[in-house]
Design a protein around this ligand. Sequence first.
Ligand code: 4GX
Length: 244
Amino acid sequence: MMNVKVLTLFPTFFDSFKETSIIKRALDKGSVHFEAINFRDYTLDKHNNVDDTICGGGAGMLLACQPIVDAIKANRTPDSKVVMLSPQGKKLDQKLVHELARNDDIILLCGHYEGFDERIRDYVDEEVSIGDFVLTGGEPAALVVSDAIIRLRDGVIRSDSHEDDSFENGLLEYPQYTRPVAFEGKMVPDVLMSGHHENIRKWRLKESLRKTYLRRPDLLETRKLNEEEHKFLQEIIEEEKQSR
Ligand code: 4GX
């Protein structure tokens, strides 16, 4: 059982996430608990404020220590993983998704404005960024992280449908088709209709390598290739030279 708590000023942001498709099914089954909790419920400020101006001056506001730290303390267990979403964090990739998904208890902190008082980082185990771009708040990032970790948990999706996913084997996914076999003159490759499983496997592997070589050559720099993959990649490099 996994328990994901999102601490946010905007808990309703997550309503459609909880109520949709695979995530809804996981929550209904009880294999995952997901909850969005409002920092504001923890403020001791008489006006219910959670933010304040920045010491030393400058534009904008920061989330203050008291409501945030009290919200963390009230919701964490001794082995919770407390994760702050921020553009200064470790860049999310499928390897980090797997590491995060190992935790049964995870708390995601969503900042707004200019972010958090620096001292809040003493209560955080990990800082994660979903990419080098700027969001208005941590909520879309927390939604991305929640979705990616929940789908890896037991029984959320068929386990044999994981293995071919982009990134799970370090390559982009091969092209896939459904009927009709001919659409506006564009055909499904013959091999996929042949019923020859070994030829289909080889075609998929080669086209996976081709997509990765053409679109994400950076992924091939760190991935070890076996003999078959190496042979296919050499063929692809020749074929792509011809076609240019
Ligand atoms: N991947 N943002 C968080 C406020 C903030 C600033 C500093 C903590 C520290 C983002 C991203 C992202 C914008 C969410 C700034 N919080 N989060 N917010 N990219 O851009 O995760």
